[in-house]
Design a protein around this ligand. Structure first.
Ligand SMILES: C[S@@+](CC[C@H](N)C(=O)[O-])C[C@H]1O[C@@H](n2cnc3c(N)ncnc32)[C@H](O)[C@@H]1O
Length: 255
């Protein structure tokens, strides 16, 4: 494993997405500001975190079951077992995973927890998705861009506001992937619940409508069941009925 060691100090004066998410998942790598925010959140957001992580487990297991052995995961979050490499290496033991997050607290835990035993391999780079160029450059040194790659942008793009070119960023990343690659994607929404500014007023974010989220997926081949609330994304068993979530989720094949 290699890590980019551009460590910056951990800011405990304001809540951070990675640490609030960790709190919502029952983790211990968060601070008082993060807990206070987590406790004030409406169920749509707090339950959405668990629905999202469960979608991540199902979707990555499904992609790996199709033999995909390379993963670029951006917005990894604080390690929470099972992590992505542990899920995909159940099907593909030699899978290679590049993890990326911009939060220094993720870097702090990556070296201990995002580590793979041979024949698999993991790598971590601290980087910001709003500058996709350096992420792709780094990934090209670790992954084979002549073979399919699974690009994982899970619960990430709602932290990129409209003035930061969210659609252009995803397009740049998707266009760099070889044909036959996959995109695993999820995104926060207020489509099913009243808009609540407890989160959005403290953390720069832009929860989007279904129509706005569909734009990220234009030109891609959606895998069944398409773009759905996260608890409804199922493959091997029927999706639970009547379950919504503050998160939309999809898996798509990149043509
Ligand atoms: C809600 S967590 C999701 C973690 C993981 N992907 C999952 O779904 O379980 C969002 C993560 O995105 C990271 N993040 C937010 N904005 C980012 C950016 N501009 N560049 C890189 N990472 C970012 C946060 O630090 C956080 O770890």
């Amino acid at each position: 494993m290699t890590t980019d060691r551009t460590a910056s100090p951990i800011d405990t004066s304001t809540p951070h997405p990675a640490r609030v998410y960790d709190y919502l998942l029952g983790g211990k790598d968060n601070y008082r500001v993060d807990k206070e925010m987590g406790e004030r959140l409406p169920p749509a957001v707090s339950q959405g975190a668990r629905h999202n992580r469960a979608f991540m487990h199902r979707a990555l297991a499904w992609v790996a079951s199709h033999g995909i052995g390379q993963y670029l995961d951006i917005g990894t979050g604080i390690p929470t077992e099972p992590n992505l490499h542990q899920i995909v290496q159940r099907s593909v033991p030699a899978a290679r995973v590049v993890y990326t997050d911009y939060d220094p607290i993720v870097l702090r835990h990556a070296e201990a927890l995002l580590v793979s035993r041979p024949p698999g391999f993991t790598d971590y780079i601290q980087a910001d998705v709003r500058e996709p160029g350096p992420i792709l450059e780094h990934a090209r040194g670790v992954l084979d861009f002549d073979q399919p790659i699974c690009l994982s942008l899970i619960a990430l793009m709602h932290f990129v506001t409209d003035d930061q070119d969210p659609y252009g960023i995803v397009r740049t990343l998707v266009d760099a992937m070889p044909s036959g690659s996959f995109l695993v994607f999820s995104h926060g929404t207020f489509d099913f619940h009243d808009e609540n500014d407890a989160y959005t007023s403290r953390i720069d974010s832009r929860f989007r409508t279904r129509a706005e989220i569909e734009v990220f997926l234009e030109g891609l081949e959606l895998v069944e069941p398409g773009l759905v609330p996260a608890p409804r994304w199922y493959q091997e068993e029927p999706a639970p009925k009547d379950e919504t979530s503050g998160i939309y989720a999809a898996v798509a094949r990149i043509p």
